[in-house]
Design a protein around this ligand. Structure first.
Ligand SMILES: [Cu+2]
Length: 161
């Protein structure tokens, strides 16, 4: 009887851990400006340092690309990407370090954005967009958007890589 109770308790614990993982994780699948899906994904998860962003994307032009979370919720009009996501009255914002693609067009990036979250609330990035620009931050000229991804809460718990 005691063993059975412990087993049920263990099952309940692992269920609630899965539910929490679902709540606090999101994924964004980037598409190029022509709508073609890029080979790659951006994973977002709540962690100690704020929102952790892990991007690995192939098929980009080599070199640095500015990358931001924008406030808008779709990739319909990349010519007018709108403002960067920021939380009013705080320093929390969605400006990421540049994504740097190697000669083969592959890029990986891990960054933390304090004050942002996947969960509901003022700093929630769920339903917003990650946009990748043609050039690095501070480059001269119009830095148009070359790829965009809608941030969607993970429907199933992510397996670790
Ligand atoms: Cu941007």
């Amino acid at each position: 009887m005691y063993d059975k109770t412990m087993l049920i308790a263990a099952c309940l614990l692992s269920l609630s851990a899965d539910a929490m993982a679902m709540d606090s994780r999101a994924v964004a699948l980037p598409k190029a400006a022509d709508g073609r899906a890029l080979d790659g994904r951006i994973e977002l998860a709540d962690g100690a340092g704020g929102l952790r962003v892990d991007a690995r994307i192939a098929g980009l032009p080599p070199g640095p690309h500015a990358m931001h979370i924008h406030a808008g919720g779709d990739c319909a009009n990349l010519a007018q990407p709108g403002e960067h996501f920021h939380v009013e009255g705080t320093h929390a914002h969605g400006d990421l370090p540049d994504l740097v693609a190697d000669a083969a067009g592959k890029a990986t990036l891990t960054a933390h954005l304090p004050g942002l979250t996947v969960k509901d609330g003022a700093g929630s990035v769920a339903g917003r967009t990650v946009m990748i620009h043609a050039l690095g931050t501070g480059a001269a000229g119009h830095n148009h958007v070359i790829a965009c991804a809608v941030i969607a809460r993970a429907a199933t718990p992510q397996t670790t890589r």
